[in-house]
Design a protein around this ligand. Structure first.
Ligand code: ADP
Ligand code: MG
Length: 288
């Protein structure tokens, strides 16, 4: 027989948009002291509309940069890829075939388009190239920037604008009211990370983080005695979701994240995490 409290908790959690995959982790959520949030797709929608296409030098023009980028991105399911392909389509660009496609985990991707090596990569890859984004761009502040490299040369960049989920601010507020620390971890650039963290009033952020560094951060906090929940949506978040005491996947995210997590946010609503915390505390207060 299913204990009454378990039956009730399952019914209530379903009503609150939570799919429980690991009951022990769910029961332990009342002990959470820190929640780490992935940014893209978790606190933000992943809407990623192309804002700017900018070229350096004369190798390619804007249209050609977009066309080559779309050529490799057609193999990716990332929000960035969807945004770039949508823009290419809107511009009437015929997306070229690409070969030898592969991911550069947490950094971007690479492929061969019409005999050219094309990479579309973020700040984690570009660091070693010492490329500066022009100042006017830097002031915009809140855009994801991906660089397009053609045969090893940085030919230009594309910026994409995402939206914070309307429910994210409320989720962070409830966590703070309950004394639970929150931290933003993202593979995206410093400016975007700071902007999202500031807008949501978060306790802190780390930008340019690679997948294994997300996991290491969870471990580090655990070693400091924190009971850590991790919330994420991507393949890149899977190691950290597995490491966390409570792994929470966003329903609209990747299968890999969902299969690794203990709990799934069915409606992709970060506010449901607040319900999880409050509900866990209330249920066990009644039991003890
Ligand atoms: P987050 O950690 O905020 O969820 P992701 O892990 O989804 O972000 O992506 C981290 C970074 O990796 C992106 O900001 C981007 O720079 C780069 N990246 C990932 N996928 C792609 C892609 N398909 N095209 C270009 N860059 C990508
Ligand atoms: Mg993500």
């Amino acid at each position: 027989a299913i204990p009454l409290v378990v039956a009730i908790s399952t019914a209530v959690s379903a009503k609150n948009g939570l799919l429980i995959r690991n009951r022990t982790a769910f029961e332990n959520s009342r002990n959470i002291t820190t929640i780490i949030f992935d940014k893209t797709g978790t606190l933000t929608q992943g809407s990623h509309a192309v804002a700017q296409v900018v070229v350096f030098g004369q190798t390619v023009d804007e249209r050609e940069l977009l066309r080559l980028a779309a050529g490799v991105e057609q193999h990716s399911e990332h929000y960035i890829a969807q945004g770039i392909l949508k823009k290419a389509k809107a511009e009437g660009i015929v997306v070229p075939a690409s070969e030898s496609f592969h991911y550069l985990p947490g950094k971007g991707l690479e492929g061969t388009v019409e005999n050219h090596d094309v990479k579309v990569v973020g700040p984690n890859y570009i660091k070693e190239f010492n490329v500066q984004v022009p100042q006017s761009q830097a002031e915009e502040g809140v855009e994801t920037v991906v660089y397009v490299l053609v045969d090893g040369q940085v030919a230009g960049y594309i910026t994409l604008r995402d939206q914070i989920r309307p429910e994210s601010a409320g989720a962070i507020r409830v966590l703070k009211e309950n004394g639970i620390k929150n931290l933003l971890l993202t593979g995206d650039n410093e400016r975007v990370a700071k902007s999202v963290s500031d807008k949501l009033g978060m306790d802190g952020y780390l930008a340019n983080v690679l997948p294994h560094q997300k996991q290491e951060k969870v471990k580090e906090l655990q070693q400091q005695g924190e009971f850590v929940a991790m919330t994420g949506d991507g393949v890149n978040d899977a190691p950290a979701l597995a490491q966390a005491d409570v792994g929470i996947a966003v329903g609209s995210g990747t299968d890999v994240a969902a299969e690794t997590a203990d709990i799934i946010l069915v409606n992709s609503n970060p506010q449901d995490i607040a319900s999880l915390i409050l509900f866990g505390k209330a249920t066990y207060r009644k039991m003890i």
